[in-house]
Design a binder for this molecule. Sequence first.
Ligand code: NDP
Length: 330
Amino acid sequence: MAIRWVYVTHMKAILVSQTGGREVLQYVDLDTPKPGAGEALVRIEAIGVNFIDVYHRTGLYKMPLPFTPGSEAAGVVEEIGAGVDSVKKGDRVAYAMVRGAYAEYAVAPADKLVPLPEAIDVKTAAAAMLQGMTAHYLSMSVHRVKSGESVLVHAAAGGVGALLVQMAKMRGARVFGTASAKHLDIAREAGCDVVIDYTKDDFESIVMAETGGKGCAAVYDSVGKTTFDKSLECCGLRATLALFGQSSGTVPPFEPGRLAKNGVFLTRPSLVHYTDTRKELLWRAGDVLDWIGSGTLKLRIDREVPLRDAAEAHRALEARETTGKVLLIP
Ligand code: NDP
């Protein structure tokens, strides 16, 4: 009988087999995936850690088990599947919103991969994609910030927050930013005109006093449970209230009639809604990477953690310890 050799290559990855605490982030050997039609295999050099990874780990957002967490990375295209012409082997690329990034290799739909400009290194790209494009769609599309108007950005020293503050300033707005005491300097550095310690001071009365009772044209709220009620009160005439996260917990049910006070537009957007086409993805990623490359937009990388210590990265995020991006390095 002829012997048939089957070569299976392995990679290191994080696997979650049951949801729960940080201990469920297991560092294991898995088969390296193969790209199918329309897909590319990326050798990952840096992985962006996001709060949503914690929600997937704990089960707040449901995922089919077992799964490899993470949805943001950058690296080099190793292999392409049939019919792929948007990238080729050897291209440096980055992506967001594709599951399975906590690994040495990942397969992604080729049309979700963004080729990197010369000026951008892979770590910067992995750090910039998700939070940068989020700040972009919030300031350019959910509410297109205009010169001279007031906007309120919660968690202004966080990853999305600090980028959003900078983009709102680039568009000429007056920016109110909230943060906890130890983060106030970072919120100020990001460009906030008024910084408020929302763990101590009443941000609603400060915003209303500073705007002469008019309120803001947009309120960007990623904190949720602890801020939502007062965020609504800070909304001016026909303002947009963008609830785009819930770092402090989910917002309890509320009476929609409350929106009637100023004809407020309430939305709960996600990056997937605003990177629906390749054209839109390349526009947002292109702007973000160009602005970083030219120094217009400053990106903070808080720390780099080895992939095997993914639990430590989650600990830092959950402890509210980080100011800027946490990267995992395979
Ligand atoms: P970061 O970890 O960088 O920043 C979050 C900040 O939120 C913290 O630094 C902290 O700042 C503040 N915060 C307030 N209350 C809490 C709490 N109870 N626990 C932890 N942090 C708290 O996160 P990101 O900037 O990456 O994301 C911010 C939020 O936006 C998350 O909820 C995330 O899920 C969401 N998001 C939504 C997207 C979308 O498209 N809808 C896309 C990307 C992110 P401080 O101590 O100064 O208050």
